[in-house]
Design a protein around this ligand. Structure first.
Ligand code: AMP
Length: 958
């Protein structure tokens, strides 16, 4: 327990006076009362036991030790105190004749190898046995004999009558009593001017009135404080179990010396420097710069309380301020200022909590989750036996906090103990955390002027694991071949195999190739070659596939223009992409402005272009663009993502191996071309000899029709978003044990896993943004109970999870997922600034020009290298798998003269779907009509981006 640093007097409190009275009944102090209620609430348990042990060498007189213990109990009335319930009000009562015994257990019969373990087990077990608070004494002791001249003493006291300081007093006095009795002398011990009952009565009698000024200061100081969200390994149970474990570590003496020097230089104490280091660790784990750490204080307010045992300890809620990424030395300055001020305004913790009136939560402590203690009391030598007998605390497998760091000045470096709740953390995680704290301290000692974000926390091995081992994805692939070349090779292997089926039409590989060649020749004659963009505005049909392949064969880049989109949006995409050719159909004539483009009607190709079995000489290189795909843009306009051939080839080659596809497969293609994942459904089968079963838009969006189509076509591979899978299951689809289901586009809903596992041969969760080409990771899901992950990166793809300073975060810690490798897009069409912002220079690669894409996805590594997706860091949402920047809808809304301000949100419904809600503030003197607005939005936004609900507000709540 750290002694108070400042003058503890607060406001105009009357001083604590020792009355020297032998009071036998007293109220409980505030914090005793909190412990008492907790005991009532959860029932007797060992969480608030303080357990201490000492190893005693040489011959021990057990009777003398028992007598010393008894004398100790008689001397300190707290050790003879019981707690009564008087009509719901607790009361403490000093019992005159409490007896303590010292049972002796022999472990001599146990083999010498097993003896120590058995001792540890027994002490741990005993340390956990609950006290009945209504029976004194709330202290017990056990003696274990390992050999005639080797004993272990265990003392267990309930925290409600004791604290850290008391432990030291107990050690000191027990030794003195034993030695005196052994020599037949009268023990000489200090006076006990203050009874704990006096303290409790004083605390209660003065009430809260004198604390008002301090309380007001605390309420101001803690206003707006949010709880610290450390990344946990396990979901927080509804009620904490109280179980815990401890990881020990040591800060070596030379670092301790350096920390002391650092403290002196900045007019601070070792305590402040260690607290600052711990705060830095917590910031790096949580990403928060504002949180609280609770620190116990001695709580002894003079009047001779220094010699009394009892639960005097108090706790301060110390708010950390790590904003602005200060230098460590600056943080020490802030901690010093705050600490001095906080100590000077100490109020009983439980009074403060009552005034803070936090929202009651059963699953966690409402005010604090993490504690820090610097134990600077000397280790006590009981001086019983023939060698020093240090009294040390016994870990009884409990935890009072989510996480508590105790540091002990031992004279040989600083001993550290990180005690954690086993409800939340796994041991390996806390072991890493302890190592990170040591690494941070090492870095601080080396360069205390460094900014917090730059202090290295991970060692070489750990960095190597994250950066290299988890990204060991290099695999050979036909880098110099484009998708259409791979298709042409497949045509040569299986010319007669069915390539595509659509309604009642089908094409074998040779015919599909010949048709594509025919169109490609025509496109070349129109000037299509690498660098030339071709808009593709066609209904789902065989022509769509011919158009795609032909554009690529000609060397061009296709731009999907979904005819279901509003004409204005399509026109924007056509213009923004600078496409010079437009492939379309008779039925879609007039949809798009055609002044600036050459139009090719796929229904009426010029008669002089014959189908051609001969492939065109290839022109496109790996870096040339295969397609440009438009996706929602946060500033109001869609943005075109430019995907080179290399990325597409790498992606398809990786998917060919896993989840896998070959000539036996039948692949259902149901996704619109404007969603990049359509590329998997169309191209993966065509380079592996499988068959594409193309589904019309009408079928793809109707559960019943889709179910019938699947039952009739019997596909072996189906890719869909969660919404489509749910629709299919709701339509009564019974499944197919030959079918591999691919799901992705948004987080895999846990409740879909079991139904899909039951209905399929295999289930894969696929993750990836358009900017890194279709999917970037894949994970076979085999159990409905395990944690859902997006798995590991696909071939030639790397993942990096980083903090705001773009530094890698450790396993388990949340950060932004950055993706590198061969799947990266070239950038955004005509948007150099946005490209530089999202595709950054690769900070961990020596390869010239290497880049990483900032996904905006929040993620964390598991220790097995799999990645858990945690959500978005921005305002991007998914509706039925479609990617939507809410900012684009808001911009479209505020373009209306009726709307002054707009905020759009995605609301999730119970059925697992999501809908968009727009909150609007009308422009002055205007009124808004939802019908009209909806109509206006439909001119520029696809259906799925038009909000379902409009809420009109007088002003936007901040
Ligand atoms: P898009 O560019 O349309 O493919 O959307 C990419 C975004 O969708 C990702 O950045 C994620 O936020 C989300 N996403 C896609 N697949 C998954 C998945 N399997 N699990 C979680 N989120 C996903």
């Amino acid at each position: 327990v750290h002694s108070a640093l400042g003058d503890p007097a607060t406001d105009e409190q009357p001083p604590l006076v020792a009355r020297g009275s032998a009071i036998t009944e007293a109220p409980l102090s505030y914090s005793q009362e909190a412990l008492w209620f907790l005991d009532r609430l959860v029932g007797p348990n060992g969480t608030y036991n303080i357990a201490l042990s000492a190893r005693l060498a040489g011959a021990i007189r057990a009777e003398t030790l028992e007598r010393a213990l008894q004398a100790l109990v008689e001397r300190h009335d707290t050790l003879r105190t019981a707690f009564d319930d008087r009509d719901g009000e607790p009361l403490q009562r000093v019992v005159q004749d409490a007896t303590i015994t010292l049972p002796l257990e022999s472990l001599e019969a146990i083999g010498s190898e097993a003896r120590e373990d058995e001792l540890a087990r027994r002490m741990r077990e005993q340390a956990l046995v609950a006290f009945d608070l209504s029976r004194a004494p709330l202290i017990r002791a056990h003696l274990y004999r390992l050999a005639p001249d080797d004993h272990a003493l265990l003392i267990v006291v309930h925290h409600i009558v004791s604290d850290g300081w008391s432990s030291a007093l107990i050690a000191q006095e027990l030794g003195a009593l034993y030695r005196a009795f052994e020599h037949g002398e009268q023990p000489v011990l200090p006076e006990l001017p203050l009874r704990f009952g006096d303290f409790a009565a004083w605390q209660r009698s003065i009430g809260e009135a004198p604390l008002q000024r301090s309380l007001a200061r605390w309420l101001g100081r803690l206003a707006g404080l949010e709880s610290l969200e450390l990344p946990t390994d396990l979901p927080r149970p509804p009620q904490p179990s109280g179980y815990g474990d401890t990881v020990d570590f040591t800060v070596p003496p030379e670092q301790e010396r350096a920390l002391r020097t650092l403290a002196r230089k900045h007019n601070a104490t070792l305590y402040m420097v260690l607290l600052a280091a711990f705060q830095t660790l917590l910031m790096r784990y949580s990403g928060q710069t504002d949180f609280a750490v609770v620190v116990p204080t001695g709580g002894r307010l003079g009047a001779g309380s220094e010699t009394s045992t009892g639960h005097f300890v108090n706790a301060l809620v110390m708010r950390a301020d790590l904003s602005g990424d200060p230098a460590f030395t600056d943080l020490v300055g802030r901690v010093r200022e705050h600490t001095l001020d906080d100590y000077a305004h100490e109020v009983p913790f439980d009074v403060l909590v009552r005034h803070l009136n936090p929202e009651r939560q059963l699953d966690r402590n409402p005010v604090y989750q993490v504690a820090f203690v610097l134990q600077n009391l000397p280790d006590y030598d009981l001086s019983i036996g023939e060698a020093p007998a240090w009294l040390e605390s016994v870990d009884n497998g409990t935890a009072r906090f989510d996480l508590a760091l105790e540091m002990i000045e031992s004279g040989e470096g600083i001993r550290g103990h990180l005690t954690y709740s086993t409800d939340l953390f796994e041991r390996a995680t806390i072991e890493r955390m302890a190592q990170h704290l040591c690494n941070l301290i090492g870095a601080i000692v080396e360069n205390p002027q460094a900014r917090l974000s730059t202090l290295p926390m991970m060692g070489r091995d750990e960095l190597d694991r994250l950066l290299v081992q988890f990204n060991d994805t290099a695999r050979p692939y036909p880098l110099h071949k484009t998708l259409h070349q791979l298709f042409e090779e497949q045509v040569a292997r299986t010319p007669q195999a069915i390539a595509v089926v659509f309604e009642h039409q089908r094409l074998d590989y040779a015919s599909l190739n010949a048709q594509a060649n025919r169109l490609a020749h025509h496109l070349r004659s129109l000037g299509v070659r690498p660098g030339v963009l071709v808009g593709l505005c066609v209904e789902r049909s065989l022509s769509m596939i011919v158009g795609l392949l032909a554009t690529l064969k000609a060397g061009g880049t296709y731009v999907p223009l979904d005819p279901a989109f509003p004409a204005q949006r399509l026109a924007f995409m056509l213009e923004d992409s600078q496409a010079s050719v437009l492939l379309t159909q008779t039925s879609l004539a007039g949809l798009l402005p055609v002044d600036a483009v050459r139009v090719v009607n796929l229904d009426r190709l010029p008669a002089d272009v014959p189908p051609d079995a001969q492939d065109l000489p290839p022109m496109a290189q790996p870096d040339d663009l295969a397609y440009v795909l438009y996706t929602s843009g946060s500033t109001g306009k869609p943005k075109g993502v430019e995907i080179p051939h290399r990325a597409l080839t790498n992606f398809l080659w990786s998917m060919r191996a896993e989840p896998g596809c070959d000539e036996h497969d039948i692949v259902l293609a149901l996704t619109t071309l404007s969603f990049d994942i359509a590329g998997l459904e169309l191209f993966l089968p065509l380079i592996t000899g499988a068959r594409v079963e193309l589904v019309s838009r009408e079928t793809a969006t109707d559960g019943q029709l889709l179910r019938e189509r699947i039952e009739q076509a019997r596909p072996t591979l189906v890719q869909a978003t969660p919404a489509t899978w749910r629709m299919l299951i709701d339509a009564g689809w019974a499944g197919d044990q030959a079918l591999t289901a691919l799901i992705g586009g948004e987080p895999l809903p846990p409740e879909l896993v079991q139904p899909l596992l039951e209905r399929t041969k295999a289930l894969w969760n696929l993750y990836g943004p358009t900017e890194t080409t279709i999917w970037s990771s894949a994970k076979r899901v085999t159990s409905a109970t395990g944690q859902i992950t997006v798995g590991r990166p696909i071939a030639n793809t790397t993942f990096h999870i980083v903090d705001e300073a773009l530094q890698p975060v450790p396993i388990g810690v949340a950060g932004e997922l950055l993706i590198g490798g061969d799947g990266l897009a070239r950038g955004y069409r005509n948007r150099p600034e946005l490209t530089v912002e999202k595709f950054i220079g690769h900070p961990f690669s020596d390869e010239p020009g290497a880049r990483l894409y900032r996904t905006g996805d929040l993620a964390r590594y598991r220790s097995d290298g799999e990645v858990v997706h945690l959500g978005r860091m921005d305002h991007q949402v998914k509706i039925r798998g479609f990617r939507i920047e809410l900012g684009e809808i808001e911009a479209a809304l505020t373009r209306s003269p009726d709307v002054a301000q707009a905020v759009v949100m995605a609301r999730h419904d119970l059925a697992g779907g999501a809908s968009l809600v727009a909150y609007l503030v009308p422009a002055a003197g205007r009124s808004v009509s939802a019908t009209q607005l909806r109509q206006t939005l439909r001119d520029t936004l696809p259906d799925y981006m038009v909000p379902q609900h409009f809420v009109v507000l007088a002003s936007l709540p901040l």
